[in-house]
Design a protein around this ligand. Structure first.
Ligand code: ZN
Length: 640
């Protein structure tokens, strides 16, 4: 149990005064820390496996009475995770009174009792959230809130029954415990996290994130400095998504003192520019749909692969294409619809009828829809539907029984592009090539010199409605090795990989059966990212509010504030982009940036908030254009 009076890392004047200091209760401890009597009782109870809840209120009260914190945060507050089923007297009694049956003996997603147990556990954590707030507010006053820490990973939240949406609707401030990138999702995942929590709790609230100044990658070195560039980029990427930097060290004395230099420049920059970093609204035309329920009941025990990977792969393709996007909770589609032109279901398998109806309304009003993989093939319990719930929009139908996860794996397959064009492209000819007639769809732009792209997965047969166009089909598996056997036995199965159509409301609809989103995350094949980006550009028509030209990988976040437009450009280009840690920042530029001006912003004045270089800007046709000469770690453009 750690009791550390911790300023949350922002300057005192920058935060509501009542919330300047939060008390951090964790399971680790400072060597110099004193042990309270209640701590000893707490540890004893932990050892004897008694119920934490009976004792934690006393701990909270004692801390408040003795230390007068302005609020309390707390990690590992959610108790036992999904991996263990608790049969203690308390759980047995409470579950039985709620569900009218005993706690299930084993995990089984198809068992109604287990499903009830999952939902009951979520309710218990939400109850705990409210209970802890009642206690701290009773002991410390109305502003003495308790705000337990949360992860930036929905799958991690699900594994500990922390309902991100329910919590965000209750939290006055979101304390994030999400300390580092992983190699497959990069720094940009922190920007996604910021957007996700703000989309749930509102953009007027704060979401500080506990950022480690010590190394905690593949191996943890708790008392050695994290390479400064690695720590700095994680902070910057989070800030671009609306997260407030909040550094921490383990221990109060360090022999490696380099770590003390890391946070200061970031905090100083944040302080100088914080007027533009909070209380702003995101600007994006594309929404990536998600829900924790889908993570639980569709993702089940493989959510990292079936839920996270397609979402993150699609997000990565959007970032690579510099298309601003927003995470959209499946229950918030109606609320978000007005600002968006395109919704993306990246293998969102489990959606309820109500959620599907919201998507249908979005498309009926002229919105576009891109759905991939098993999207809408399951309901909110993860039970298979006989056909896509949105088959009428997607214009495709299942043939036979869906096989869960059939699209996974990695085998030697390809996707064939239609119409085929190689008869008119330089290269060897057999004379049997199909006549290169017809026009390719805009979704296939940039692939003019190839009739195939790598795939790697399987596809199930589909029936395609009349009027929809099949742009990709599966080339079935053939041997890889020995190399002389690597020739196509069957050039085209006819099984659809991509079907596009126009909806009655004027929106555009694409169903991408092939799991290129998930595959892009794993394999980083540019063909997959380019195809995903093409689909989004086609579906969005001309609604994407940002164009950035110039070499490099960057994460672009666009915001609006009273009288201002704010653009973050986070430079992700590095020798260590896909493998932490970065120890060298590599500058990019020049970049040509065009920003669509919202109502109330003339765009005649521009400022670079990082380089502070002069920023000449030209305005024409409702767009502002300017050049960014160079970006080392990030740049923030303020248009007024
Ligand atoms: Zn229990």
């Amino acid at each position: 149990m750690l009791r550390l009076l911790a300023p949350i890392g922002m300057d005192a004047e920058s935060r509501p005064r009542k919330k300047q200091v939060l008390l951090f209760c964790g399971r680790s401890r400072l060597g110099a820390d004193r042990i309270l009597q209640s701590d000893i009782k707490f540890f004893d109870d932990l050892r004897s496996n008694r119920v934490l809840q009976r004792n934690l209120p006393d701990v909270l009260r004692e801390i408040i009475e003795r230390s007068h914190p302005e609020g309390i945060t707390d990690n590992s507050w959610a108790g036992m995770g999904r991996g263990s089923i608790c049969y203690c007297e308390n759980c047995e009694r409470k579950f039985r009174s709620k569900a009218g049956q005993p706690i299930p003996r084993r995990a089984n997603w198809d068992d109604p009792a287990y499903r009830q147990w999952i939902l009951w556990n979520y309710d218990r954590r939400t109850d705990l959230w409210e209970l802890n707030n009642r206690i701290t507010q009773a002991a410390g006053g109305a502003d003495c809130i308790w705000s337990g820490m949360n992860s930036g990973s929905v799958t991690t939240q699900a594994s500990s029954f922390r309902d991100l949406k329910a919590i965000c609707s209750r939290a006055h401030i979101m304390m994030l415990d999400h300390q580092r990138r992983n190699d497959s999702t990069g720094f940009q995942q922190n920007g996604d996290t910021g957007k996700r929590v703000h989309s749930l709790m509102g953009w007027d609230k704060l979401a500080p994130e506990s950022m480690a100044m010590y190394e905690n990658g593949r191996t943890s070195y708790r008392v050695a400095s994290k390479p400064a560039a690695e720590a700095r980029m994680w902070m910057i990427a989070g800030m671009a998504g609306g997260i407030q930097p909040w550094w921490h060290h383990v221990g109060a004395y360090h022999e490696d003192r380099r770590m003390y230099r890391t946070a200061e420049p970031v905090m100083k920059w944040h302080k100088a520019n914080e007027a533009y970093l909070t209380n702003r609204k995101p600007v994006a035309s594309v929404g990536l749909v998600w829900s924790q329920r889908n993570t639980d009941f569709y993702g089940r025990d493989t959510a990292a692969e079936s839920v996270d990977a397609p979402y993150e792969g699609f997000a990565q393709a959007l970032i690579r294409a510099r298309v601003p996007y927003l995470p959209v909770h499946a229950a918030d589609i109606d609320r978000e619809a007005a600002r968006l032109s395109t919704l993306i279901l990246a293998n969102v398998g489990g959606l309820s009828d109500v959620e599907c109806a919201a998507i249908r309304r979005f498309v009926a009003r002229g919105g576009s829809l891109i759905a991939t993989g098993e999207s809408t093939l399951y309901n909110e319990w993860g039970d298979a539907r006989p056909d896509f719930a949105l088959a009428d929009l997607l214009r495709v139908h299942v043939q036979g029984k869906p096989v869960r996860g059939r699209r996974g794996g990695s085998i030697h397959t390809y996707l064939r592009l239609h119409p085929e064009l190689r008869a008119r492209v330089d290269g060897p000819k057999t004379g049997k090539e199909p006549a290169a007639t017809g026009q390719r769809h805009p979704a296939l732009q940039g692939f003019e010199e190839t009739d195939i792209i790598p795939y790697g997965g399987l596809l199930q047969p589909l029936r395609v409605d009349a009027g929809a166009a099949t742009l990709l089909t599966l080339v079935p598996e053939f041997p890889v090795y020995p190399p002389e056997t690597a020739w196509m036995r069957e050039s085209d199965s006819g099984i659809p990989g991509l079907v596009v159509s126009e909806a009655a409301g004027g929106g555009r609809v694409a169903y991408l059966a092939a799991d290129l989103d998930r595959r892009y995350l794993r394999e980083l094949m540019p063909d997959h990212a380019n195809l995903l980006a093409n689909l989004v550009r086609w579906a969005s028509k001309d609604t994407i509010p940002l164009h950035v030209e110039g070499a490099g990988l960057m994460d672009c976040h666009l915001y609006q504030q009273q009288g201002h437009t704010i653009l973050h450009l986070v430079n992700l280009t590095s020798a260590a982009t896909w493998r932490a840690p970065i120890d060298e920042l590599i500058p990019i530029g020049p970049l040509r940036v065009r920003i669509k001006l919202p109502q109330g912003v003339s765009g005649r004045t521009a400022k670079f908030l990082v380089s502070t270089a002069p920023a000449p800007v030209t305005v024409a046709g409702g767009w502002a254009e300017l050049q960014v000469k160079t970006i080392l770690d990030h740049e923030v453009i303020l248009l007024t």
